[in-house]
Write a protein that binds this ligand. Structure first.
Ligand SMILES: [Ca+2]
Ligand SMILES: [Ca+2]
Ligand SMILES: [Ca+2]
Length: 314
């Protein structure tokens, strides 16, 4: 091979290598171009867009259905104020009445649409039977039907009212009620805080009929400690805001109801959560108190409404 030939061969090899490299690079950059859209995060599923139920001209501002009624022991729960028929009276208006019994007794209801979280505004109202000297605060939880199955089996978020940050308030609280298997005996309870007590009001008390075959029932949630005054003539002080059946500062002007902002919802560790709207509302009695002849402190509900329907708001 002459020097000339060698040079020519060397150049052609180099040229080939160079071209090959260039080709490789261009294949790589092509691949990059192809892969790029795949590397991006897939569009996250907007569960709210997917599953929220919009309001239509047929929609009602009031409760459309009671999904669950699980009262705690109490004087009314197996009587006129405590059966499923009375639970149904809170549907479609605000003149029904249902009693939830002692601490932890609950009801879950829904509307025929998703209740939207209005910006910087209250979103729904729950009507109770409190009066100025007598409040029986109930705690509210809200939930969005995030799996779209129409069932309240999704994450619950509690509305953290004014008393939720008080030191006396017990979070992640649990109470076990034991079935006395007798209509005339008090229903005893123990809690996860080492306390115990009973729900008793003469012969009126009964263990919830819906679990009359069950030896025990456990309820969990947050326990509030409202102030009770007097022994004979008993009065109870309202909590500041954020509870049902509670004579707070706007209760009367709101037509005997308590207003709620979905923005008050928190997770189980009391961190604020952001919800666009909710499908299910749960209310449970927030206190465990014996009030002499009045019996147990028990939250009552007369109905609930979506505030976005109100035309004459202040
Ligand atoms: Ca709101
Ligand atoms: Ca669901
Ligand atoms: Ca009441």
């Amino acid at each position: 091979m002459t020097n000339k030939h060698f040079l020519a061969a060397f150049l052609s090899v180099s040229l080939f290598t160079f071209t090959a490299c260039e080709k490789e690079e261009s294949i790589e950059s092509l691949e990059e171009n192809i892969e790029q859209p795949l590397e991006e995060d897939p569009e996250p599923i907007d569960f709210f867009k997917e599953y929220s139920r919009p309001t239509t001209s047929e929609s009602s501002e009031y409760i459309s259905e009671v999904l669950s009624y699980r009262p705690a022991p109490g004087q009314y729960i197996n009587k006129n104020l405590g059966n499923l028929d009375s639970a149904e009276t809170i549907v479609g208006g605000k003149t029904g009445l249902i009693s939830l019994g002692a601490w932890g007794g609950s009801i879950i209801f829904t509307f025929d649409h998703t209740v939207m979280n209005r910006i910087d505004d209250n979103d729904f109202i729950i009507y109770g039977n409190a009066f100025s000297t007598f409040s029986e605060p109930g705690i509210v939880q809200v939930s969005f039907d995030e799996n779209g199955n129409g069932v309240a089996d999704d994450t619950w978020y509690e509305i953290a009212g004014s008393a939720h940050t008080k030191t006396a308030t017990l979070h992640k609280y649990k109470t076990t009620y034991t079935n006395p298997k007798s209509d005339t005996e008090a229903v005893t309870w123990t809690d996860n805080n080492g306390s115990n007590g009973s729900v008793s009001a003469g012969t009126l008390n009964k263990y919830p009929l819906f679990i009359s075959e069950q030896d025990q029932v456990i309820y969990s949630g947050t326990r509030l400690f409202p102030t009770v005054n007097g022994t004979g003539f008993i009065t109870t002080d309202p909590l500041e805001w954020g509870y049902v059946d509670n004579y707070d500062s706007t209760y009367q002007e709101n037509g005997n109801g308590n207003v709620f902002d979905i923005d008050w919802a928190v997770d189980t560790d009391m961190n604020s959560v952001s919800l666009k709207g909710i499908d299910f509302i749960k209310v449970y009695t927030g206190a465990q108190l014996e009030l002499g002849f009045l019996g147990e402190m028990s939250t009552e509900i007369k109905g609930a409404a979506d505030l976005s329907f109100s035309t004459n708001e202040e």
